[in-house]
Design a protein around this ligand. Structure first.
Ligand code: COA
Length: 193
C-alpha cells in the first residue's frame, strides 16, 4: 500500500479548502457555521446568496446533513421520530421545503431547484383514513427542476431529472427524465462510460 507523504496530504487539504472558499465564499462558510448550531449532525455547510439562514423546524426527529449548500428561504420540517438525510455535495435552492413525518432521504450530489416541495405525508388525513406517512427517497445525482412537488412514497432513481413544475406521485426509474402533472417518463438518460 502506498503511503501518502504528510506534505502531499497538507497540500491536498489546502487545495480543498481553497476550492471551497472560492465556491462558497467566506461569508457563506461563516453563515454555514451558524447554521451548524441548528444542525449539529452536519458536515461543512455553506449558506449561499444572502444572509438569511434556512429555517430548521425540528420537532424531535433527526436531521443528518453532509457537506451541503443551502440558499435563502430553505425550510426543513422534521416531525417527531422522523428522519431527514441529505448527502454531501447536494444543494437546496431558494425556498425549497422538506417535510418529513417518517423519512426523507436525499442522496449525494443532488440539485434541488428553487421552490421545490418534498413531503412524505399529506399532512391531513383523508376522510375515513388514518394519516399516512411513506418515506421518500431521492437517490444520488438527481436534479429536481423549479417548483416541482414530490409526494409521499416516491423513490427517484439515481441520475434522474424532474422537470420544472412536475408533480411526482409515483417512483421514477434511475436515469429517467420525468415531467408533467402527474410526472411521466419523457426519456431515459444513457449511462456515461
Ligand atoms: C425536464 C427538462 C430538463 C427537459 O428538457 P429537454 O430535454 O430540453 O425537453 P424538451 O424541451 O425537448 O421537451 C420534451 C417534451 O417534454 C415536455 N416537457 C419538458 N419539460 C416539461 C415540464 N417541466 N413539464 C411538462 N412537460 C415538459 C415538452 O413539452 C416536450 O413535450 P412534446 O414532445 O410533447 O413537445 C426541462 O424541460 C426542465 O423542466 N428543466 C428544469 C429547469 C429548472 O427548473 N432549473 C432549475 C432552476 S432552480
Amino acid at each position: 500500500m502506498q503511503r501518502a507523504w504528510p506534505g502531499n496530504r497538507t497540500a491536498r487539504v489546502r487545495g480543498r479548502i481553497a476550492h471551497r472558499l472560492r465556491t462558497g465564499g467566506i461569508r457563506g462558510h461563516l453563515l454555514g457555521l451558524l447554521l451548524k448550531l441548528k444542525l449539529p449532525r452536519s458536515g461543512v455547510l455553506v449558506v449561499m446568496a444572502g444572509w438569511r439562514l434556512p429555517e430548521i423546524d425540528d420537532r424531535g426527529g433527526r436531521i443528518d446533513v453532509g457537506d451541503c449548500g443551502f440558499f435563502p428561504g430553505v425550510r426543513l420540517e422534521c416531525w417527531r421520530d422522523a428522519v431527514i438525510r441529505i448527502g454531501s455535495g447536494s444543494y437546496l435552492n431558494r425556498n425549497t421545503e422538506i417535510v418529513a413525518a417518517a423519512s426523507v432521504d436525499i442522496g449525494r450530489d443532488c440539485k434541488i431547484g428553487r421552490d421545490v416541495l418534498v413531503m412524505d405525508t399529506d399532512q391531513h388525513a383523508l376522510p375515513g383514513r388514518p394519516l399516512e406517512a411513506r418515506p421518500v427517497v431521492i437517490e444520488d445525482r438527481v436534479w429536481i427542476g423549479a417548483r416541482a412537488i414530490v409526494l409521499k412514497g416516491v423513490r427517484i432513481g439515481h441520475d434522474s431529472v424532474v422537470g420544472a413544475g412536475s408533480i411526482v406521485t409515483r417512483s421514477v426509474p434511475p436515469r429517467s427524465v420525468v415531467a408533467g402533472q402527474p410526472a411521466r417518463v419523457i426519456r431515459s438518460i444513457e449511462a456515461q462510460s
